[in-house]
Design a protein around this ligand. Sequence first.
Ligand SMILES: *[C@@H]1O[C@H](CO)[C@@H](O)[C@H](O)[C@H]1NC(C)=O
Ligand SMILES: *[C@@H]1O[C@H](CO)[C@@H](O)[C@H](O)[C@H]1NC(C)=O
Ligand SMILES: *[C@@H]1O[C@H](CO)[C@@H](O)[C@H](O)[C@H]1NC(C)=O
Ligand SMILES: *[C@@H]1O[C@H](CO)[C@@H](O)[C@H](O)[C@H]1NC(C)=O
Ligand SMILES: *[C@@H]1O[C@H](CO)[C@@H](O)[C@H](O)[C@H]1NC(C)=O
Ligand SMILES: *[C@@H]1O[C@H](CO)[C@@H](O)[C@H](O)[C@H]1NC(C)=O
Ligand SMILES: *[C@@H]1O[C@H](CO)[C@@H](O)[C@H](O)[C@H]1NC(C)=O
Ligand SMILES: *[C@@H]1O[C@H](CO)[C@@H](O)[C@H](O)[C@H]1NC(C)=O
Length: 902
Amino acid sequence: MMGLVNLTKLAIFCLLCLLFQLLLQSAYAQEGFLSLRCCSASTYTDSKTNITWTPDAGIIRNNGKCENITTAPVKDNSYDTARIFGTSSTGSKWCYNLTTIKSEDYLIRGTFINGISSDVTPETVFDVSISATIIGQVNSSSTDLLEVEAVLRATDNYTNFCLVRRHGNPYLSKLELRPLKDLLYFNNHSSSVLKLVSRVDVGNTIESIRYPLDRSDRIWKNSEIKIETANSISNSSITVHGANTTVPLQVLQTASIDLERLDFSLNNLGKGDSNYLIHIYFLELNDSLKTGERVFDVMINGEKQYDKFDILGNGAGATNYRELVFSVSANEALNMSMVKSPGASLGPICNAYEIFQVLSLVQGTHQADLDKAVELRDELASRNPENEVLASWSGDPCLPLQWEGLQCEPNSDGSFVIVSIDVSSNGLMGPIPTVVAELTHLKYLDVSHNELMGPVPESLAILPHLTKFYFGCNTNSESNHLPSSLANRPNLTTDSGICGDQSSPRLYSKVFIGSVAGGSVLFAVALGVIFACFCRWKLYSLFGKCSFLSPSMDDLCFKSECTQNFTLQCLEFATRKYDTLIGEGGFGSVYRGTLPDGQEVAVKVGSATSTQGTREFENELNLLSAIRHENLVPLLGYCCENDQQILVYPFMSNGSLQDRLYGEASKRKILDWPTRISIALGLFYLHTFAGRGVIHRDVKSSNILLDHSMCAKVADFGFSKYAPQEGDSGASLEVRGTAGYLDPEYYSTQRLSSKSDVFSFGVVLLEIISGREPLDVHRPRNEWSLVEWAKPFIRESKIEDIVDPNIKGGYHAEAMWRVVEVALACIEPFSTYRPCMEDIVRELEDALIIENNASEYMKSIDSFGGSNRFPSIEKKITLPVTPSSTEPSPILTQGLPPLQPR
Ligand SMILES: *[C@@H]1O[C@H](CO)[C@@H](O)[C@H](O)[C@H]1NC(C)=O
Ligand SMILES: *[C@@H]1O[C@H](CO)[C@@H](O)[C@H](O)[C@H]1NC(C)=O
Ligand SMILES: *[C@@H]1O[C@H](CO)[C@@H](O)[C@H](O)[C@H]1NC(C)=O
Ligand SMILES: *[C@@H]1O[C@H](CO)[C@@H](O)[C@H](O)[C@H]1NC(C)=O
Ligand SMILES: *[C@@H]1O[C@H](CO)[C@@H](O)[C@H](O)[C@H]1NC(C)=O
Ligand SMILES: *[C@@H]1O[C@H](CO)[C@@H](O)[C@H](O)[C@H]1NC(C)=O
Ligand SMILES: *[C@@H]1O[C@H](CO)[C@@H](O)[C@H](O)[C@H]1NC(C)=O
Ligand SMILES: *[C@@H]1O[C@H](CO)[C@@H](O)[C@H](O)[C@H]1NC(C)=O
């Protein structure tokens, strides 16, 4: 009997437990909170707050890598794992698509702790964005920025929270979304995102206050700013009367007071003017005070914002609580002061404040394009669930970073539209989705080299701006047939479905469509994060691996292992007291020498007096110590003794490209055409090493050195810069470069980008083609500038007139045409129309392959040259390349000048 009673009791108890649990859960569901623990395997309820944390699996498209957090600054069970993105996958933007309700207000908070992961280097830097608006930057080496929080008004029924790679692998440990019911942050700022700068519970010296005391789970931190003279006071029995507040009473019950003034200052807000929204909350903690006793002025950055503020002043004691809201503009620092007004008997009080940076809401992709792009992605992804590129397509298609393979342009209404889609060489299966025809701004579409099936959608014909459409090299013959509606369209270039039809030089089309990056965010991010992004697929298909996704150990090992510190004495001995001058470098003279172990070296000695030289010396030392590549002149060592600035490199026995083309060396032996192309190819790595691109800023033929096997090595990094990032937009840099090679756009805008190097590289290509100097005032006036002289000939297809007379008869016309086309594209006046290095290398490789095939043929007739002349390309020939590249088909040579007799 007793047993039964006990059992019943137990059952009822359990039922109650269950009910309670359900109630609890529904209570939290009602709050509309989303609390994600990244990479966690289970849910976890925090006993302090009763917030239930759930795993993030399924909310993110790309799974990233999970990492245990073993050491964290604060022990917190709401996260013990972090998700690390980009370790193995393609892409540079990762977004959590969060469900929101349009026009409602939310708080979003990301926490970034990675534990100690070998996948996160101290150089890791990434941006955090809410949809298209960047709200902050996380820098793994700075320990204080662990949280990024912003308040926003949802512009749709979902909101994306994104991490955008700048360098290294982004990570996230938890993500919180909180609805902000009844909180009035957006009275004047509805087209803004408010980034939290500071939220302080003044006078609280104990724990931060958050949910459940704050219904919206704002975290009120205790005073981080020490106020020297002020006293902390509290009154736990006081309540708010005559007013409503959203601030928890516990937050208001503590305050700072002072007899004269309270000062709060925030520094390091970032350079440049920015708008801030300041909410200050006041509750009079002294019950017995009367109107007119505590009166003070509120100043911000020295400017009086409120004269004679009296909390009780609103009709004699009607309320003991007031809020003040200010919008101010500030640069780097904010100083808030509350100063006792003349005649008042008591000094100021302050209970709490919040400071937000007002960021203007960046419009992303035009709604119609966005919807269709998502549809296109989802349709392709349903057929290609494993495709990494499609998995990386998350968040807004255009901003802050374009989906890989997409290009966008600013629209007249301030949004962005998609003008180019390139999903070629991507292993895609299934039909070509018809929804692509609804992306009405499309100018360029490339779906070629996939395994797509079915017919080409007829509806593509309705795209008004489509000028290039490539769909060749797909498996199914049906998709290799152009519908008549498209075939008859004027001004539409297609590959007619033929695999590798050469009537459509792909480089051109890509370059031509180049987006006119209007939005400054797009511009900065696109440049800063990666170069020219969309080129990467082509590289994948060629090399199987992308050399600039993450730095390899090879790139970074050099510093510790190889860069030596030479003594001055050693170098004096090696150069026999600098007796053989071999050149004048960027910041000093270069001497030839021999080290004790027999190695021949070039020793660059800076002029000790100039500060300019010092900067360049340090720059080159830093860069070359950090980066090593077979196509860069390696740094053997340096010497800083007695304020000397000396750098030591291996001696390059074949001199400079300039010397070989039209200097003394050219008189001894002519540089043949295939060698010229393979030298040009050596510059490929210029923009792609060590994770973050380097802009050389002084690309010229005299800085391209040739080793004993005629392998090109780029030298002189004295002016080089890492690719610009947001914040260092290049404005502070003086324009650098050499006359004749200088990018006119960079010169006029002073805006540095990798495309400036591309321009200079184009000039080098013209030198290689013509054997002429870029600037030669000894020629007739109209021939001074190589660029201006060559352009008209190229446009009129008279390339024989610009080709170096020394190699006449020594080249394959098709190969020459390829190089000329690349050169022309590189020297486009507008940088956006110039190709990126990846595109350039593809064309040059094709040219070299064509040239080599022709050479092989010629060799069988007339024993031609050594077999080992093109060391840098030989390994690449074994890699899969498209048939069109390896074997110029009969179709291909039609309409081209005949093969030159040798
Ligand atoms: C959390 O829930 C438990 C019951 O599960 C309750 O006893 C406790 O008071 C709650 N804590 C807070 C902070 O609400
Ligand atoms: C993380 O810790 C769990 C156990 O706490 C372990 O099973 C798992 O293998 C660890 N993961 C990593 C990546 O170390
Ligand atoms: C990251 O933080 C470190 C240390 O605070 C700083 O030296 C470095 O410049 C920062 N990098 C960026 C890109 O902000
Ligand atoms: C958002 O959702 C609401 C209801 O949940 C619906 O009425 C509204 O049409 C949706 N808005 C958009 C833009 O989808
Ligand atoms: C406080 O809010 C309640 C309910 O919204 C409202 O009825 C009341 O008038 C408000 N009081 C003041 C002083 O604004
Ligand atoms: C908000 O706008 C109103 C009316 O436009 C203005 O009176 C008020 O001062 C503004 N508030 C702030 C904090 O700028
Ligand atoms: C986010 O999710 C919503 C609903 O699940 C979907 O309608 C929307 O297209 C998604 N947005 C993006 C950019 O993927
Ligand atoms: C085709 O191009 C020519 C010359 O650029 C232009 O005049 C013509 O309007 C274009 N036709 C169409 C249908 O776009």
